[in-house]
Design a protein around this ligand. Structure first.
Ligand SMILES: *Cc1c(COP(=O)(O)O)cnc(C)c1O
Length: 215
């Protein structure tokens, strides 16, 4: 675990430790070393860890695509669901949150690079969803999440982050949103330069993931 990175991190940017494909013990260790937010990308994996160690006083983020049949578990576990990418999912999440009397914090995931393998709203669907979102009283919109293109030339990510920041600023004029989640190990420095309020770091903090083990 890169303790220097944690202790030297800019105080105005939330550092989310991405613990997917690591054992539950790394979450406990992260908490001991000053991390206060962690993220998982699969509900089942997160549930196993959650059942093992509990919340550890951390804020839990979901950052992977969420299937509606896992929405109930996701609402039980996660403080913030960042990967909200369809109107249908919004409807189901609102229902599940209402069922347990929770107001669920969410981010809308944007697909600004229009890669087909990526989920998230394109610009037009995003505008349409914003129109109807106020109807869902058990959801609280906290902001936007963006994943840039995985590219060798890291400067190529900058225009995407800049566009996201622009959309976030416009959103702030209508909603009391406070989270712009963008930047991962390869591109987080550029994301911070372009206005990220939160970055999601896996490898930079915890080293390479071992995909041969299922947690
Ligand atoms: C895995 C993942 C990360 C962390 O990636 P690293 O390159 O290890 O920092 C961040 N965001 C999302 C959505 C992810 O799936």
């Amino acid at each position: 675990m890169d303790k220097n990175l944690i202790s030297s991190f800019p105080v105005n940017v939330v550092l989310v430790g991405v613990t997917k494909n690591h054992p539950a013990s790394i979450i406990v260790e992260a908490a001991k070393n000053g991390i206060s937010h962690i993220a998982e990308n699969r509900v089942q994996e997160a549930k196993h860890k959650y059942d093992e160690i509990g919340k550890c006083g951390l804020v839990w983020h979901l950052i992977g695509h969420l299937q509606t049949n896992k929405a109930r578990t996701a609402v039980d576990i996660f403080d913030i669901i960042e990967s909200v990418d369809s109107l249908h999912l919004i409807e189901v999440l609102n229902e599940e949150a209402a069922r347990i009397g929770k107001v669920q914090d969410i981010l809308l995931q944007l697909n600004l690079t229009h890669e087909t393998q990526k989920t998230g709203f394109n610009e037009q669907d995003y505008q349409e969803v914003l129109q109807v979102l106020p109807r869902f009283s058990n959801l609280r919109l906290r902001g936007l999440m963006v994943i840039a293109k995985d590219t060798e030339n890291i400067e190529e990510t900058r225009p995407v982050f800049r566009q996201a920041k622009e959309m976030f600023s416009q959103l702030q004029q209508k909603y009391p949103v406070d989270i712009l989640s963008m930047g991962m190990t390869n591109d987080y420095k550029i994301a911070i330069e372009e206005g990220a309020t939160e970055v999601r770091l896996g490898r930079a903090l915890f080293g390479e993931r071992d995909y041969s083990v299922r947690y």
